[in-house]
Ligand binder design. Structure first.
Ligand code: GAL
Length: 362
């Protein structure tokens, strides 16, 4: 009898050990996690994410600027998806406003580290700070998912070659620029409204430090030229993705260049909505004596395409990007391998599919 009891106890102890090991290796538990930390494992081991239950995972998110229209849609979808579909706990997710100030945002990242977040999702104010921020996170053993503003290739190459737990998800801005140029090339006069053999345009640029702004500016014109058109740049000015600036720049350009302006290219829809206000105030009519294109597919912009007041835009798929970012965060938390660069496709939005896109984003 005694013998039997001892054997049962031994088997039970064995099973407990196996279960504890399994918990530590797969989904993990609070105690396994804190034990690891207490054991003074290198920070990198402790957090490499692995071993945290999703519902317990602490997430630090910083958005470059809350007032940005597109990033507002993005962050709303990001938190919704994490909580409603992936099982994160809302109170474990902290979302900070970087206030378009890198020093402020770097402080927030330091606070995330001090408070012991398990993962960060970062929309950097300046993508050029990625090397410094990545090193901070690496030191602390916290994986990082960069979104929206793509760090230099040399930086993302380093993540791969040094095995750093960092990744980027976004959309290739060359594609959005190309679509904008094609939208103009597909109009009846290919953008040459006055028939003088060239397309005269103004370019309202986002923040020029940003690769999205650089590529959209370059590839929109390239696509138009590839379609056989000669182009003339009347003005290129930074509007920092901002509607009021888009309005002011376009208003001044229309005063200065008048009917010579055939196309207003805007690096995003917020600025294009501002440009539309200026175009209407100047008594011009989109589709008749001027063309206007943006990027993002904000609801107002797509509605304007349906109403014939915008020539086109490009859907910047914030659903795909936000959900992809959250999925990558989960992969890190599960200790899975994550590639350095993840791209989501843009979609051209023209009068042909505007209604359909509107349904998707409403
Ligand atoms: C772009 C987007 C802009 C602005 C910018 C911020 O992808 O088109 O509207 O949100 O990101 O970095």
């Amino acid at each position: 009898m005694k013998m039997k009891l001892r054997r049962v106890l031994a088997v039970l102890m064995c099973m407990t050990f196996v279960l504890a090991m399994a918990a530590g290796c797969s989904s993990g538990s609070d105690s396994a996690d804190s034990d690891a930390k207490e054991a003074g494992d290198s920070a990198a081991d402790a957090a490499d994410g692995a071993g945290v239950d999703i519902k317990d995972a602490k997430v630090g998110i910083s958005i470059y600027q809350f007032s940005d229209n597109f990033m507002t849609l993005y962050r709303t979808e990001l938190v919704r998806y994490m909580v409603d579909e992936l099982g994160f706990t809302e109170s474990n997710i902290t979302v900070q406003d970087g206030k378009n100030d890198q020093a402020e945002q770097t402080n927030q990242i330091n606070n995330f580290i001090t408070s012991g977040v398990d993962i960060m999702i970062l929309n950097l104010v300046q993508s050029s700070s990625a090397p410094q921020v990545t090193d901070m996170c690496k030191e602390a053993g916290i994986p990082v998912v960069y979104i929206n503003r793509q760090p230099d290739e040399s930086e993302s190459d380093r993540w791969t070659s040094e095995g750093i737990k960092a990744t980027y998800i976004g959309a290739d801005a060359r594609q959005s620029g190309t679509y904008q140029g094609e939208e103009i090339a597909e109009t009846e006069n290919k953008g040459d409204i006055n028939g003088d053999g060239k397309v005269s345009y103004i370019m309202v640029q986002g923040d020029p430090e940003n690769i999205d702004a650089q590529y959209r500016t370059e590839f929109s014109i390239k696509a138009l030229e590839d379609a056989g058109m000669e182009t003339e740049e009347l003005l290129l000015q930074r509007g920092d993705w901002d509607q009021a600036k888009g309005q002011q720049i376009t208003q001044d350009a229309l005063t200065q260049f008048g009917d010579d302006v055939e196309v207003v290219f805007c690096n995003n829809d917020a600025m294009a909505l501002g440009a539309l206000q200026a175009i209407q105030a100047a008594g011009r009519t989109v589709g008749k004596d001027i063309y206007l294109v943006g990027v993002d597919a904000l609801t107002d912009a797509v509605q304007n395409i349906v109403d014939g007041k915008f020539t086109g835009t490009v859907f910047n798929d914030y659903f795909g990007q936000a959900q992809g970012a959250a999925d990558l965060a989960v992969k890190f938390l599960n200790g899975e391998e994550v590639g350095a660069i993840n791209m989501v496709d843009y979609i051209k939005v023209t009068p042909e599919n505007a209604e359909e896109i509107l349904e998707k984003i409403k």
